[in-house]
Design a protein. Structure first.
Length: 118
């Protein structure tokens, strides 16, 4: 499974994941995506077959549901919360890397699915 980290997540997390052998990129690493709408980010993730890792549940859940309603498919949504992974805490990046590494090691098929990262 490949992942795209939404803009709230540091590209350093993607770099750490790549060092662990995972195919992970971040919106912040791609000038073509940084600062663009959620729809553009979602479409880019789908074009690359990447599940999207985001805190933005409301917007991306709606985009995923709309895709399914139209008979389409998406690569999956991995939701996080600021409560579980607080961005203001310097330890969060390491915790997120550990949680994502565990998820990718289990290699679930997230096609058309939502997954809450813990």
């Amino acid at each position: 499974m490949k992942l795209l980290l939404d803009e709230m997540w540091s590209p350093e997390i993607a770099r750490q994941m790549r060092l662990r052998g995972h195919d992970v990129t971040a919106v912040a690493e791609q000038a073509a995506l940084a600062g663009h709408t959620d729809a553009v980010v979602f479409d880019a993730a789908q074009a690359e077959g990447r599940a999207l890792v985001t805190e933005n549940v409301a917007d991306f859940r709606a985009l995923g549901a709309d895709t399914l309603r139209r008979g389409g498919s998406h690569a999956g949504l991995v939701f996080t919360t600021d409560r579980r992974f607080p961005r203001h805490d310097h330890r969060t990046a390491g915790r997120l890397v550990t949680a994502l590494d565990r998820l990718l090691s289990e290699a679930p098929d997230l096609t058309n699915q939502e997954y809450w990262l813990s």
